[in-house]
Design a protein around this ligand. Structure first.
Ligand code: ATP
Ligand code: MG
Length: 341
């Protein structure tokens, strides 16, 4: 478990103070894939780097498995860091060393016997599907292959935590997908906790269970990914979610909706793991004297769960519409009125 307790960090930038982290409180459970999203300069990398003590908080504490990472002896910190692997956007490979030697490096630094090194490097290169690239230099590899080497190097010391700082940002969408799949496999099969920084919501959707949204050094919203996607609260979060589920009423329909003379409302419905959105809608139409027009519909898969967002215009007498709204609530459908401007 990783716990941030009231963590703040102020940098001194040539006389002016930059508050990179402001009173961060966050708990990351073992086995989780925790995403941290935010714009450039939000403080994401600084936050990540406090986990392995590459940055020291100005105040507050970071506990890794119950131990304050900034209160360890040098020897203990070295051991602790073996348990925390890290991967980067620019891969950070040594260009003058082969794939094998890049992956072997952390083991050599930890004075692991060479026989053991060979066994471990072979094993881990096989795991990331690069056993045939052992003797190749990084300049001969594609971006995706380079990141696989980065991942193999990060896993060489058998860590239980993997920190990923924009590890897919330099890759094309297809390669990004393959790397995210590999990270998910590492999490599931090896039980490694992953903390992943990104500025892309589709990366969060793809593999994270939890997400924290950072803005100006603060965590402004956090929670389960499916909850945040279904009901984002802060504006910044809403905008990030919109990049993957653009749940707005199409412009072309707006005039028609507004010209409706009968009593009506525009409702945003949220279905979570619902068997059938159809049955709820037809149920409402049977039970209440209302007309429902679908203006927008989206079904997203998020970590084996299903999130449906549907926007409808519902038309009928006020009491019938109110009845329909309570029907939605009774069937565990989130329901919120939308006002068109
Ligand atoms: N070593 C440093 N010295 C001074 N200021 C720093 C240092 N590292 C980060 N900062 C400042 O702290 C703030 C947060 O930076 P950080 O790198 O954590 O943001 P980020 O969210 O990772 O951004 P990006 O998406 O661009 O990587 C920025 O204003 C940055 O300029
Ligand atoms: Mg960064």
């Amino acid at each position: 478990m990783i716990e941030f307790r009231n963590v703040s960090k102020t940098f001194n930038n040539g006389g002016s103070a930059v508050e990179a982290l402001k009173d961060i409180n966050l708990t990351i459970q073992d086995g989780d894939i925790y995403g941290i999203i935010g714009f450039s300069g939000a403080g994401k990398s600084t936050l990540l780097r406090t986990i392995n003590a590459l940055e020291t908080p100005s105040s507050g504490s970071v506990l890794v498995d119950g131990e304050d990472i900034n209160r360890l002896s040098k020897q203990r910190l070295r051991e602790k860091r073996k348990n925390i692997g890290m991967i980067f956007q620019q891969f950070n490979l040594l260009e003058t060393k082969t794939v094998y030697d890049n992956v072997a490096l952390p083991l050599k630094l930890n004075r692991v016997p060479s026989k053991e090194i060979k066994k471990r490097v072979d094993e881990i290169l096989k795991y990331v599907e690069l056993e045939d690239k052992k003797k190749v230099y990084p300049s001969k590899l594609s971006g995706g292959q380079k990141q696989r080497v980065g991942i193999a190097r990060a896993l060489a010391t058998n860590p239980s935590i993997l920190l990923s700082d924009e590890s897919t940002s330099a890759l094309d969408p297809k390669t990004t997908g393959a790397i995210l799949k590999l990270l998910k496999k590492i999490n599931r099969e090896l039980g490694i906790t992953i903390i992943l920084i990104t500025h892309e919501m589709n990366v969060i959707q793809e593999i994270c269970n939890h997400v924290a949204v950072m803005e100006n050094g603060r965590i402004v919203e956090k929670g389960e990914v499916i909850e945040i996607f279904g009901s984002p609260k802060e504006n910044i979060t809403k905008n990030f979610v919109k990049t993957v589920i653009n749940d707005s009423v199409p412009e072309i329909l707006v005039n028609g909706i507004k010209s409706e003379k009968r009593f009506n409302k525009v409702l945003r419905l949220k279905f979570l793991d619902s068997e059938s959105t159809d049955s709820v809608l037809s149920g409402v139409n049977k039970k209440y004297d209302v007309e429902t027009n679908i203006l927008f519909a989206n079904i997203s898969e998020i970590q084996d769960r299903v999130l449906g967002i549907i926007i409808i215009q519902i038309i009928g007498a006020e009491s019938e519409v109110a009845g329909a709204e309570s029907y939605f609530a009774e069937h565990n459908v989130g329901c919120r009125q939308i006002f068109l401007d």
